[in-house]
Design a protein around this ligand. Structure first.
Ligand code: DC
Length: 236
């Protein structure tokens, strides 16, 4: 007899700064629980990428807002729960992962107009998939703004130096070199912008379970979070 997936109908919200391990955790949870996963940073990165491609400035609200029409893009779920962004049929995921697009994403994300243009997509995604599979969203404001009623909320954090090392390793694995000091200062700059903005700043929801991943590997973090989810009192 097949067992009903206990996470059907559930929403998991994961927030935290760049490089803390949100994506790794969300991907593993999605696999473990057979849930659908949306990395919402991809949306902000897509907007920034579009601005940069058009020769615009992500820090200018007018340019950022012009790029908010996500219908030019195709957001696809590949079979293995990998999310893919296609522009004119071409996979642009690796372009979206660059440092400059990450910085640009943090700049466009500053504007309330941009945040509200992207909000509906995220809410619709959560509603559409939660009832069939259960859904995981990660970003900066999932537990506070996008899914304030999420069943489980996690805030994943780590020391900036640790996050810088992880970022360098990630870049290396894709054949890029990066300098530690520069990477660290980019992380600190992005943190300050994401935490300091007026609208939906990066901060733990009052009812989030905060996990510091500085001295933990991905498997230990996954285990902690799954243990928390399986506790009878875990529902926030
Ligand atoms: O998670 P990421 O590094 O791909 O996100 C890129 C930027 O997008 C991040 O610096 C801030 C912004 N962002 C946001 O403001 N809100 C979200 N829910 C997700 C990302």
């Amino acid at each position: 007899m097949t067992q009903r997936n206990p996470m059907i109908g559930k929403v998991i919200a994961i927030d935290g700064p760049a490089g803390a391990g949100k994506g790794t955790l969300a991907t593993s949870l999605a696999r473990e629980y057979r849930m659908k996963y949306l990395d919402t940073g991809t949306l902000y990165r897509t907007v920034a990428y579009k601005v940069l491609r058009a020769g615009g400035d992500p820090a200018r609200e007018e340019d950022a807002l012009k790029a908010c029409d996500l219908s030019d893009y195709d957001f696809k779920h590949m079979g293995n729960n990998k999310f893919c962004v296609l522009l004119d049929g071409e996979d642009v995921m690796s372009e979206l992962r660059t440092q400059s697009v990450g910085q640009g994403a943090s700049k466009v994300a500053f504007y309330t107009s941009v945040r509200s243009a992207l909000k509906q997509f995220q809410i619709e995604f959560a509603e559409k998939w939660a009832s069939q599979y259960g859904v995981i969203l990660d970003g900066r404001d999932i537990g506070t703004v996008i899914c304030p009623d999420a069943d489980y909320k996690f805030f994943i954090d780590a020391d900036p130096e640790v996050r810088a090392h992880r970022r360098i390793e990630e870049l290396k694995s894709r054949g890029h070199q990066a300098n530690f000091e520069e990477t660290l200062s980019e992380i600190l700059e992005r943190d300050a912008r994401d935490r300091g903005r007026k609208d939906a700043p990066l901060k733990p929801a009052g009812d989030a379970y905060v996990v510091d991943t500085s001295h933990k590997n991905a498997l230990q973090v996954l285990q902690m979070v799954m243990d928390y989810i399986s506790m009878p009192v875990a529902k926030v």
